[in-house]
Design a binder for this molecule. Structure first.
Ligand code: SF4
Length: 191
């Protein structure tokens, strides 16, 4: 049994929509949720990605992973122009360092998109963003709290998530990107 990266047990009858920022983060996150007896649908919604080619590359990795687990992937079309407009309210957003105000606004975008899909599905939701070593799980959970119980604050860094990701990526030959996603993270070596 994988250690639980979430303190509260939720009724297994409630389905969970898992926003997946990429295949590697999802690879470290799915097992503990399945071990909890939950039904999962995956969501690939990543308009933060700088090019459509990168969106398709990461989606392809997601599909390989979803096939491995026998899970369904919902997709949200890539709309980077809309994402840029959304984050551009942050002063000097292009220069913000990772973990700064631009990233918090990006999390708001990702969770808002996910909440729309979750409502349609009658599901709770969470995000694999918390697996990334550079991602502040508390900041993600604080943003998610605006959706009340519908947002489940899993912290996938806990319980060996990164090791699990590494092993499964190797096994499945998943694409592992070397930047977080937007053009502003491209030379920052973030994840
Ligand atoms: S660095 Fe990553 S989390 Fe931050 S704004 Fe860019 S894509 Fe979003």
């Amino acid at each position: 049994m994988t250690p639980r990266p979430h303190d509260k047990h939720t009724d297994p009858a409630i389905p969970l929509l898992m926003h997946c920022c990429c295949g590697p983060c999802a690879a470290g996150s799915i097992a503990p949720v399945l071990d909890d007896g939950r039904r999962i649908t995956l969501l690939f919604s990543n308009s933060n990605l700088d090019t459509e080619a990168e969106y398709l590359r990461r989606l392809n990795a997601m599909k390989t992973l979803a096939d491995f687990y026998g899970l369904h992937v919902e997709t949200d079309p890539w709309d980077h122009a809309a994402w840029l407009e959304f984050v551009s309210v942050v002063p000097d957003f292009a220069a913000c360092p990772e973990r700064g105000a631009r990233c918090r606004r990006c999390f708001q975008w990702q969770l808002t998109r996910t909440s729309v899909f979750a409502e349609r599905l009658g599901a709770h939701f969470t995000t694999t963003l918390t697996l990334g070593p550079q991602k502040n799980s508390s900041a993600i959970h604080e943003i998610g709290a605006q959706w009340g119980e519908a947002f489940e604050p899993w912290d996938f860094k806990k319980g060996g998530g990164n090791l699990r990701s590494l092993e499964l990526c190797r096994k499945l030959g998943l694409y592992r990107q070397n930047y977080c996603g937007c053009e502003f993270s491209k030379h920052a070596n973030t994840d």
